[in-house]
Ligand binder design. Structure first.
Ligand code: FES
Ligand code: FES
Length: 178
C-alpha cells in the first residue's frame, strides 16, 4: 500500500514551557515537542493548551464533547480536548492546529480551506480542519457520506464549503501533500 500523503508528521516546533521532571510530572508530547505538566493531573487538555501553552487554536465551545470546536489529534485520532485529562495523555502524540502545517508549507487542507473560502466566523474551523485531517489520514479519498459523518458543528452553516475543501484537499496533487 502506498504511503498516505496526508500523514504529515513534522509539526511546527513550539518552545517548551518547563523542562524539569518530578515524580508527579506528566510528560506530554505536543506538536512534536516535549512538555512536563506538574499541576492538576485532571486538568483538561484544552485548558493546558490554551492557558498554559497559549496554543489558542483549539476553541472552547460546549465543554461536553458535543461541538468539536476543541478537536485535536491524539495518536492521529480526532478527539475533543475539553474531555481529556492530561493524566491520560502521557507519551501520547498530541497534534493541534498549530502543528499541522509543514515546515515550509501549509497542510493541503489549510490550502484548500483558503481556496474554498470555507470560513464563516471561524470559531469552529480549527476543529473542522483537525477532524478532516484525521479523516483523510484514515481515508485519503472520502465520499460525501464520510464527510457528512464528521461530528463537528458549525453555527455559521459552512458545511457545503467545508465539504468542498476536503474534496479539494483529497484531490490535490501528490506533491502538494508532501
Ligand atoms: S468544546 Fe470540546 S467538544 Fe465542544
Ligand atoms: S464558521 Fe462560524 S461556527 Fe463555523
Amino acid at each position: 500500500m502506498p504511503d498516505n500523503p496526508f500523514r504529515r508528521t513534522e509539526p511546527r516546533p513550539v518552545p517548551p514551557v518547563a523542562a524539569s521532571a518530578s515524580e508527579k510530572t506528566i510528560p506530554l508530547v505536543i506538536n512534536g515537542k516535549s512538555f512536563f505538566h506538574n499541576g492538576d493531573p485532571d486538568m483538561p487538555l484544552l485548558w493546558y493548551l490554551r492557558d498554559v501553552l497559549r496554543l489558542t487554536g483549539a476553541k472552547f465551545g460546549c465543554g461536553i464533547g458535543a461541538c468539536g470546536a476543541c478537536t485535536v489529534l491524539i495518536d492521529g485520532k480526532a478527539e475533543p480536548a475539553c474531555l481529556l485529562p492530561v493524566k491520560a495523555l502521557a507519551h501520547r502524540e498530541i497534534l493541534t492546529i498549530e502543528g499541522l502545517a509543514g515546515k515550509d508549507a501549509l497542510h493541503p487542507l489549510q490550502e484548500a480551506w483558503i481556496a474554498e473560502d470555507a470560513v464563516g466566523c471561524g470559531y469552529c474551523q480549527t476543529g473542522q480542519i483537525m477532524a478532516a485531517a484525521a479523516l483523510l489520514a484514515r481515508k485519503p479519498h472520502p465520499d460525501d457520506a464520510d464527510i457528512d459523518a464528521l461530528p463537528n458543528l458549525c453555527r455559521c452553516g459552512t458545511y457545503p464549503r467545508i465539504r468542498a475543501a476536503i474534496v479539494r484537499a483529497a484531490n490535490a496533487p501528490v506533491e502538494a501533500k508532501q
